[in-house]
Design a protein around this ligand. Sequence first.
Ligand code: ATP
Ligand code: ZN
Length: 304
Amino acid sequence: MPAIVANATRDRLRIAIQKSGRLAEPARSLLAACGLSWRESRDRLFCYGESLPVDLLLVRDDDIPGLIADGVCDYGIVGRNELDEQANARLELGLAPAYREVRALGFGGCRLMLAIPETWEWEGAQQLQGLRIATSYPAILRQWLGARGVDAAVVELSGSVEIAPKLGTADLICDLVSSGATLRANQLKPVETLLESQAVLAGPVHGFNDARADLSAMLLRRMDGVLKLKDSKLLMFRAAPDTVPALTRLLVDAEPLVQLPGEHAEGISLQTMCHTAISWQQLEELERAGARGLMVLSVERSLA
Ligand code: ATP
Ligand code: ZN
């Protein structure tokens, strides 16, 4: 395995992703969709990039912001919750920002929320004065409480935060919520959102001045292509020219219609890129408005 050192000049990019967990698979698929492939190594910590000089480091998500801050990795795919927590913790220590959110990636969605016992009435932040709040996100919570002038005790726990009120170690919690099922199972209810989170691409504050600059620009361009196309479909159909205004009104989330060369008995050929899913109902409405030979095609790649 090549030595993993943080040096000033490098000609390969290094991206840290979660080794296992909620973000591991979607992060890998996203990078694979950007054309990256790797030679798997036995220790599965370092994957050498084969198709491009872009290597992967498989780590715990908590380590990703620090790896970028220390220059060991150039980019990382991590939850905004983790990135913001460590950024706030650095701020509390008077350290300068050492990474930034480069792109939101559209998966791993969740919220960092305050949750109180089901039997309580929520009256607002002032109610928290003097109470104990269990969380794995102490820096974000302290910042939120501070901004509201609330003096509450922040009890830092690394896991199983939701059972703290039952155990009597805290009065309420501040934790990640997606469906809310875990909260309900513990007789808690969510009342305030501190952060809307999702997986993000984190990267350096400053650009690169070596071969990584071009690699990085190419990777971001491909990633933008993949993210934009995720829910995109190419819609093709034929229609009489006088029906086009009505059809256009039905295509609210689509790009302007493009006319393709050639004439047919049923009129002109048209196509457009739609950036949301197209339902059967929408297709039937288009057909009623005059579209014929409707086809919805998946888009593999685009450098638009
Ligand atoms: P690691 O072993 O890498 O430290 P972990 O247990 O800290 O893993 P996971 O539970 O895999 O992490 O969660 C990773 C990220 O997934 C979270 O930081 C968050 O951004 C996102 N996520 C999405 N939904 C949820 C949820 N319901 N609970 C926790 N995290 C969620
Ligand atoms: Zn973790």
